[in-house]
Design a protein around this ligand. Structure first.
Ligand code: G3I
Length: 344
């Protein structure tokens, strides 16, 4: 059968998150799937700041370099993830309070990492998840210490260190109107400062049954109108309810676990697998409609067994958000996505 990357050749790149396990020759079957279906990869955790700079001023590029080598030997483009993010900070930053130290960290981290990988990665998520749901800047260590211009400065530093690398802003829920307005203001501010920003990543962690299709379409149009690439950077469609939503807040911890941990002990029911396939199909129809604006669609993992959604928002769930099942067989969503292309 046709592979994902062949099906969408000429439309947009097809990517996956890659984690340490797939670099291990023992997981040959997983790397095989990556080689067959994807032409771009994002390191799920391997290029985050706490991995690259475990101690202040001491960098460890071992895993990142292995990932880059894996990508280059398998003809995968690379999206670096991520230079500036308030979450998963290196431990030494937890006690950092003075603005001068934090500024020094930002300058050194971007110069060192973006500089080292310029020409070796195609793009960077320069800043990740800097916005709140209401569209204002998130109250993070960076905002508190450096003020509102820290994002423009991060892009400026990245542009200097990595002139050959595309520079992106990446966030979740930025298809939602208020957060989207915040992202648009941010992109305009970077552009008005004469600093380069090449694209915006809509993460795409959605739920089957509530994919916000209209907001997604409006977002593609509005972001593209700013002259930047639009990408879907961490796509997955959870089939489990969010246990913190609605009246489930009233559930006890035990009830929460029994209701939400693994509601399908016998495997994903066919009706839900089909609903998920239709949700993915609807999304891909939209991506194809905007094939001139959408540059890349990256899934946040290869198969259901290795998705972060098995551990979030509570640990030890059994979720089914991706295109391949735990035995690495293609699911209905996979076939439906390919069919979408040929019945377009
Ligand atoms: O590797 C350790 C293991 O040794 C340890 O026993 C275990 C117990 O805590 O933790 C393991 O590390 C976990 C790591 O994933 C590897 O699986 C961390 O706790 C866990 O926090 C980490 O989660 C990652 C998360 O980002 C935080 O960095 C997820 O894999 C990763 O999918 C997720 O990705 C983020 C994007 O970067 C940004 N957008 C949202 C997206 C989903 O949260």
């Amino acid at each position: 059968g046709v592979s994902l990357k062949e099906a969408f050749k000429g439309d947009f790149l097809i990517g996956t998150a890659v984690n340490a396990r797939q670099l291990d020759p023992e997981n040959e079957a997983e790397s095989q799937l990556i080689k067959e279906h994807f032409n771009t990869a994002t390191p799920e955790n391997l290029m985050k700041a706490h991995v690259l700079q475990p101690r202040w001023g001491h960098f460890n590029f071992e895993q990142a370099d292995r990932f880059i080598a894996f990508a280059s030997s398998n003809q995968l483009k690379v999206n670096g993830h991520t230079l500036i993010w308030h979450s998963q900070l290196p431990g030494f930053m937890r006690h950092m309070e003075d603005a001068d130290s934090i500024r020094q960290y930002v300058v050194e981290h971007i110069r060192t990492v973006a500089g080292r990988y310029d020409g070796k990665v195609d793009s960077w998520d320069v800043v990740n998840e800097a916005l709140d749901e209401d569209g204002t800047l998130r109250n993070s260590i960076f905002l508190r210490a450096l003020g509102e211009d820290y994002i423009v400065e991060a892009f400026r530093l990245a542009q200097q260190a990595a002139p050959n690398t595309k520079l992106y802003y990446n966030d979740y829920n930025i298809e939602q109107p208020r957060k989207r307005a915040g992202a648009i203001a941010l992109i305009k501010k970077i552009q008005a400062a004469g600093v380069r920003i090449d694209g915006v990543g809509i993460q795409g962690h959605w739920h089957v049954g509530s994919v916000p299709m209209e907001y997604i379409e409006q977002s593609i149009r509005e972001f593209a109108a700013l002259g930047v690439d639009v990408m879907f950077t961490e796509l997955d469609l959870s089939v489990l309810p969010n246990p913190w939503n609605g009246n489930s807040a009233e559930l006890s911890q035990t009830e929460r676990y029994s209701k939400h941990l693994n509601p399908y002990p016998d495997g994903l029911p066919d009706s839900i697998e089909q609903a998920q396939a239709r949700a993915y199909e609807t999304l891909f129809r939209l991506f194809l409609k905007y094939r001139d604006q959408v540059g890349r669609v990256t899934f946040w993992g290869v198969h259901d067994g290795q998705s972060w959604l098995n551990n979030w928002p509570i640990r030890g769930r059994t979720n089914y958000p991706l295109l391949f099942d735990r035995r690495m067989m293609p699911k209905s969503a996979f076939h439906q996505i390919i069919a979408t292309k040929y019945n377009h």
